[in-house]
Write a protein that binds this ligand. Sequence first.
Ligand code: SAH
Length: 283
Amino acid sequence: MNDSLTLPGQDWPQLQPGWVWLCGAGPGDPGLLTLHAVNALRQADVVIYDALVQEAILDWAPQAVHEYAGKRGGKPSAKQRDISLRLVDLARQGKKVLRLKGGDPFVFGRGGEEAQTLVQHGVPIRIIPGISAGIGGLAYAGIPVTHRDVNQSVTFVTGHDQSGNATGSLDWPAIARGSQVIVIYMGMKHIARITSELVAAGRPSSEPVAIVTTATTAEQRVLETTLGTCVEDVAMAGLEPPAIICVGRSVLMRQVLDWQGMAAGEAPRDVDPLGRGRPAESA
Ligand code: SAH
């Protein structure tokens, strides 16, 4: 083990044989792992990881067996129940098991279901939260998920249900009315339906939308569009999932806060995307 990675400062928890730690890996950039995630990666015997976990993150657990639990090469995705039972099985073999999931394990990640199965089988667990793509991914695009001049609430929604169907159970008119900013996970498949639902519910078709794909990785792409032009623009840009879709005026803040596009010594960005004047220095 690489000594330079020793975590200083406190007694870090030990991953014991027979335990499963359910851990968020963040949206992609390994720098967005938590210290608890690094501590876990360094102790695990086996890491069971999802499609959204970047290879570079697995490099942090060179001593462990890396086992993929997800869709690959056209094979159907491993059944959720099979994954949960595999975790139980490994724990019962006395392994130190790290279940690594993209983003935060409890945000549209079925972490709750896996944790429940483990607990029901008497397997002790620890939960390690992660940075969710709907917050950290937007931050990497220069979009604050809340901004005082824009929104006092934010709604996180999933674009499809377990079977991949559009989420018929979501009350789009209520969401459209109730939340100035809407962050949509897994929304690309049904983007046409989602955007038309929002417009039908009264959101202006000129409303800003940002789509951030493979956020926080070297392949990150950001498309700025509107509710009305979104579907066409996505097709033209050839954007592919994984993507976070953000609907709302906070998207405009990217004109100022696109920090990845900043160069040393660039001219001050004297833009006022929300038309509210400069933020008061003292407020
Ligand atoms: N638990 C994860 C979400 C899992 S659902 C989290 O907290 O982030 C999978 C969806 O998350 C994807 O379809 C996409 O909408 C979003 N997502 C995850 N990682 C992403 C990334 N790096 N860039 C853009 N979207 C991402």
